[in-house]
Every structure is written in structure tokens, then in C-alpha cells.
Design a protein around this ligand. Structure first.
Ligand SMILES: NC(=O)c1ccc[n+]([C@@H]2O[C@H](COP(=O)([O-])OP(=O)(O)OC[C@H]3O[C@@H](n4cnc5c(N)ncnc54)[C@H](O)[C@@H]3O)[C@@H](O)[C@H]2O)c1
Length: 318
């Protein structure tokens, strides 16, 4: 019987925290961390098996699944929103071809389950922005979002037609202190804490009233593992669950930081690319489907998240 877990994109913002959480839960030796060009952080590299894997290369993906006795995959390798707009070829190679390679190699290699995050980027400018329902008009206008919709539809297809258990969450912007985000649209909500602690100030690239769905990393890890472990018999959806954490604007986040650091200052220098992307995404999400089908509940609100970010980042930046 197959027994191991493969995590692609293991050096990324989510991978660096998901790998240790999976190792703690299922055993260090069972979790294979697959990095690419970004070096794996010490905790991930030293904590268990690790390999280098280019998901754009189908033969590499097939070999990783075959050679490491893989039962479950967490496919996190991705080119995020702003970076995808800047490099269409690489975005297609990783976000479209890479996912196809993982799904096909999983079917051929008898993998039991593939977990692959979608994103709020799977929505678009015509989507109802407030309390966006699970089932609604999507029509994203970014390359990253288009690939996410394809991933959701493929996930549902492989699950219902090919018997591969594919599961996925539409993650909001993820906030964390261990690994900095790459080039997403919600990165300001992490960078603002570095600015506050290092310089007492931050220049934000989104307008102060831009509301976006966000989630603190511990909730993100619980959501990913919670969905992966959910009872299949209770799931009507597969690769397209809305999950909400907390929604806020740059000005609301600034106020929360200023309540703890009264001298913190913010100004704004709007980046039209990322502002345009943010304007096409929901303000807030209705996650009642995830709550009903597998018991999803977030634990961090804005104040709890800000307290935890400031406490941990001040130690990290000492
Ligand atoms: N972080 C967020 O705010 C957020 C929000 C919504 C959805 N997601 C999704 O969660 C998943 C993980 O996101 P993340 O924030 O950890 O991303 P990240 O950009 O921090 O990490 C992605 C990793 O993929 C790797 N990668 C790039 N090209 C590769 C290739 N050819 N082969 C193998 N690996 C390659 C990179 O080295 C990087 O370490 C992605 O599917 C992303 O779309 C993230």
C-alpha cells in the first residue's frame, strides 16, 4: 500500500508552514518536501525527506510519484497573480501544464488524493463582490485567475469522472510571518507589518478603501488539512470551496496596527496593476458550503491576527 505525502512548492509561503504541520501529524519520514529554485528553509530541509521537482516537466512529476511511494499530494507549486501577469509563458507552464502533469501522473501512479488550492482570483469583475456565494458567476480577467478556474473544473472532472479524490479551497490572501509572499496582490497585508516594525511606516500600493478577503496562516493550514481529512461521503463539492477568514481594507488594518503602535504612519502610492486585480476580486466571501460539508470554522479575527503577527515578527526581526 502507498504511504507517503508529496508537497510541491514546499519553499513557498504556504508550503514552508504546511510541511512541518503535515510532518507533525503524519510522521517526518512520510512527508516529501519538493522545492524548485527557491532554497528550502532549514526547518523544511532538515525536518524530513526533500527533493527538487520542476512541475513543468512531466517526466519529473511521474518519477517523483513513482520513486517516493506517493499516496497523497499537496500541489502548491504556482506562479502567483502579479508575477503571472509579468511572465505569461512561465505562468502557463506552471499553473496550467504543471497542474495537468500532477493530475495525470496521479491517475497513472495510483495516487489516492490530490489537494490543490484555488483562490479568490477565480472570481472576476462581474462576480457579486459582497459575501460572494460558492456558486456564482466567475469569469476572472487575470491569467492566474483563469488558471484557477481551469484547476477547479479539472479537479471536479478528475474527481467525478476519473475517481481521483481532488480537493481544493478558494483561499483568500494569506497573512503569515515565517515566509514572505512572492508577488501576489494581497502582499501589502504582510509587508505592512515589516514596514511598521522596521521603519514605523509603510507605503501601500492599494487604495485605503480596498476590501479583500484575508486569512491568517494557522487558519489556512487548518483549512487545508481539515478539507483533506473530511469524510468523502459528506462532500458534494470537490475543488472549489469558498473559505473565509477576515475581510478588511488597508485603512482598517492600519487602524488596528496604530492601536498597538500609535506612531505608525502610512501613505499610498497606487500600483495600477495590483489595484486593478484587487478591484476584480471579492470584498468578502460566503463560506457556508464549507461550513456545512466539512465543518470549516476560522479562529483568527483581525485583532487576534494583528497581535500574533506583531509578537512573532518582532522576535524574528530582532
Ligand atoms: N499565499 C496566498 O495568499 C494565496 C492565496 C490564494 C491561493 N494561494 C495558492 O496556494 C498555493 C501556494 O501558494 P504560496 O503562497 O505558497 O505560493 P509561493 O509563490 O509562495 O510558492 C510557490 C512555490 O512554487 C514554486 N515553483 C515555481 N515554479 C515551479 C516549478 N516549475 N516547479 C515546482 N515548483 C515551482 C516556487 O519556487 C515557490 O516556492 C498556490 O496554488 C497559490 O495559488 C495562495
Amino acid at each position: 500500500m502507498k504511504k507517503n505525502i508529496l508537497v510541491t512548492g514546499a519553499a513557498g509561503q504556504i508550503g514552508t508552514e504546511l510541511v512541518p504541520a503535515l510532518r507533525e501529524r503524519y510522521g517526518d519520514e512520510r512527508v516529501i518536501a519538493a522545492g524548485h529554485r527557491t532554497p528550502l528553509p532549514d526547518e523544511v530541509r532538515d525536518g524530513g525527506p526533500h527533493i527538487t521537482l520542476d512541475v513543468a516537466n512531466q517526466a519529473d512529476v511521474v518519477a517523483a510519484i513513482r520513486d517516493h511511494d506517493i499516496e497523497v499530494i499537496y500541489h502548491l507549486a504556482s506562479i502567483l497573480s502579479a508575477l503571472a501577469e509579468a511572465n505569461r509563458q512561465n505562468a502557463h507552464a506552471v499553473n496550467v501544464n504543471g497542474l495537468y502533469h500532477v493530475l495525470e501522473a496521479a491517475v497513472a501512479g495510483d495516487v489516492r488524493q490530490v489537494n490543490v488550492p484555488s483562490s479568490i482570483a477565480a472570481f472576476g469583475p462581474d462576480t457579486p463582490p459582497v459575501n460572494t456565494p460558492n456558486e456564482t458567476l466567475q469569469r476572472p480577467n487575470t491569467l492566474y485567475g483563469i488558471a484557477k478556474v481551469l484547476g477547479e473544473l479539472w479537479g471536479n472532472y478528475y474527481a467525478t469522472k476519473l475517481g481521483l479524490d481532488v480537493r481544493g479551497l478558494r483561499l483568500p490572501g494569506i497573512i503569515s510571518w515565517k515566509t514572505e509572499p512572492t508577488a501576489g496582490t494581497t502582499d501589502y497585508a504582510v509587508a505592512i507589518f515589516y514596514g511598521a516594525l522596521r521603519e514605523g511606516r509603510y507605503t501601500c500600493y492599494l487604495r485605503p478603501d480596498t476590501s479583500l478577503p484575508m486569512m491568517y496562516m494557522p487558519d489556512c493550514i487548518n483549512a487545508i488539512i481539515g478539507l483533506a481529512e473530511a469524510d468523502m461521503a459528506k462532500l458534494k463539492h470537490h475543488a472549489d470551496f469558498n473559505v473565509a477568514g477576515v475581510s478588511f481594507t488597508p485603512s482598517e488594518l492600519t487602524a488596528a496596527i496604530q492601536r498597538r503602535m500609535p506612531d505608525f504612519e502610512i501613505d499610498y502610492d497606487i500600483d495600477p496593476l495590483r489595484q486593478g486585480i484587487a478591484d476584480s476580486w471579492p470584498d468578502s466571501l460566503d463560506d457556508s458550503v464549507a461550513r456545512a460539508e466539512w465543518g470549516w470554522r476560522p479562529t483568527y479575527d483581525l485583532d487576534a491576527m494583528v497581535d500574533d503577527m506583531l509578537a512573532n515578527l518582532s522576535i524574528k526581526l530582532r
